[in-house]
Design a protein around this ligand. Sequence first.
Ligand code: KG4
Ligand code: ZN
Length: 339
Amino acid sequence: MNLLAIESSCDDTGAAVVTDGREVRSNVVASQVPEHILYGGVVPEIASRRHCENISGVCKKALADADISLNQIDAIAVTAAPGLIGALLVGVNFAKGLSYSHNIPLVPVHHLRGHVASNYISNPDLEPPFLALVVSGGHTHLVNVKDYTTYEVIGRTRDDAAGEAMDKAARMLGLPYPGGLNMDKACVNGDAKKYQFPFPRVDGSEFDFSFSGMKTAAINLVHNKQQKGEPLDIENIGASYIKSVVKVLCAKSEKAMERYTTQRFVLAGGVSANSVLRREMAALCKKHSVKLYMPELRYCGDNAAMIGAQGYYEYQKGHIADINLNAYATMDIDIDFAR
Ligand code: KG4
Ligand code: ZN
């Protein structure tokens, strides 16, 4: 079964052709980083406008790269939530137009389920059930993935997402957008023990996260240095900060592994590209004799191939939308789209 997948939830316009949920026949991404870099972050209106300009060409290229025509496409999968609403609407409306004009079933996909599904592409043997840590720019979730379309959230961030916390600290350190990625690169040789950031105390659920205290501590540290006229010590602050964020992610993941006996643990989302997180998670999973699955680096960030992978399983489950499909800026990962 061939799916054309479309992703436009943030600043990447993506289209891909995916066969049977696992085989990526093409994967095209038009990145807007060079433009948003000028503003230090994503400007939503610019993102929507660029999606409008790019989406048709990106879809055409995805079909051409896969050497397939639209009449060989069995379903169109599209990210319909969560994300920047103006950005999502471009992809959703384009997909609706194609679906309607060519009479092809339309499959709405939750963006974070897509991130989890990037692992099905990179790891052909992976099947639910498993536990997943989903770490992106806007979300930090610990999820019990019971089957391909049944999700139970067991922990979530109470404030900032891990990616957001990385991006803000990177910005304070004067590193360019996208901050998390550039901080990872710039601080790889830094002394991660040089600075201490507070480990968050979260009352209530032992699986919930909080990163705002850590972020504020980093901002204060940088301000303090600036006021004293001291050099910023970017490499060591960045390395210490990444280590602290990763420590929280690993500590909560470890609790979840202990509580929910599992044989498989999955990393997903843009932050899963982080070199320290990948290394520490590998050590943690080894300690607990749990098999760790991670997406290849090229599928960690936003892309349409992962939407095609998840879209296949949503389609199998009969999760097909009609022409009234809407886009939603927020939606929990355990909710199915209304039909
Ligand atoms: O999943 P994603 O591409 O977009 C969203 O759905 O939000 O995640 C983007 C986030 C950004 O915060 C970005 O800085 C972060 O992922 N990121 C990283 C790395 N690569 C991307 N954070 C830390 N280390 C990286 N290597
Ligand atoms: Zn994403």
